[in-house]
Structure formats: structure tokens, C-alpha cells
Design a protein around this ligand. Structure first.
Ligand code: 5GP
Ligand code: ZN
Length: 113
């Protein structure tokens, strides 16, 4: 499968990885939209949130809990941060391997663009 995030997870494409375990990988976004912009992905290829299944419940929960951990490691817990998961065209998804954006280090706008 020609998926850039699978290749990052397999160490075939370099990335600034800041966290990894058996199921989850986190690395800095190549085009940061905030002072801190990290992407969390499951090692398992899931194209969009629409494709996640009941059996993915644990991995989806872990993405949130690892976001909490990484935010703490980056010193963002108290100031705050935003998690975003884009789905398909209207959601603004450009890479079709699910990922959670962790953005912090500045005040986020609402509503989002
Ligand atoms: P999406 O638009 O799908 O929600 O987010 C994809 C994100 O992946 C974008 O923020 C983009 O900058 C980032 N990205 C795309 N290709 C690469 C890459 O090769 N390496 C890294 N680290 N980030 C990437
Ligand atoms: Zn993939």
C-alpha cells in the first residue's frame, strides 16, 4: 500500500518521531500550523474515521490518551491545546491514514476555518 504514514510507521520514510509504542506513533507535522503541531497515528492502516470499526475502540481511545501524555510532555497541559481529526474532502483530509492533529502553543480560533 502506498501510504506515507504507513511508511513513517515502518521507518521507511523519516519523521521527527516523539513517541511510539506497539500501536501508536506520534511525530511532528512537516508543515506546522502552530508552535507545536504533532500528528498521532495508529500503526494499523485505517483510511478515514468512517472506516474505523468496533474492534478499533481501544486504539481510538489510546490516540486520545497518548495525546494527553504528549501534551503534558510538551508543557501544553495547562495552557491548553486542540485535537483535530479531519475526515474526507469537506473535513480537509489530505492523507488517508487516520491521524489526530495535536496543536498548541498559541490561542486557537473558533469557529475553525
Ligand atoms: P490532513 O490534512 O490529512 O488532516 O493532515 C495531514 C497532515 O500531514 C498535514 O498537516 C501535513 O502537513 C502532514 N504531512 C503530510 N505529509 C507529511 C510527511 O511526509 N511528514 C510529516 N511529518 N507530515 C506530513
Ligand atoms: Zn497507512
Amino acid at each position: 500500500m502506498n501510504c506515507i504514514f504507513c511508511k513513517i510507521a515502518e521507518n521507511k520514510v523519516p519523521a521527527r518521531i516523539i513517541y511510539q509504542d506497539d500501536e501508536i506513533l506520534a511525530f511532528h507535522d512537516i508543515a506546522p500550523q502552530a508552535p507545536y503541531h504533532v500528528l498521532l497515528i495508529p500503526r494499523k492502516h485505517i483510511s478515514t474515521l468512517n472506516d474505523a470499526e468496533e474492534s478499533d475502540t481501544e486504539i481510538l481511545g489510546k490516540i486520545l490518551l497518548r495525546s494527553q501524555l504528549i501534551a503534558a510532555q510538551l508543557g501544553l497541559s495547562e495552557s491548553g491545546y486542540r485535537l483535530v481529526m479531519n475526515c474526507n474532502k469537506n473535513g480537509g483530509q489530505s492523507i488517508y491514514h487516520i491521524h489526530c492533529h495535536l496543536l498548541g502553543g498559541r490561542r486557537m480560533h473558533w469557529p475553525p476555518g
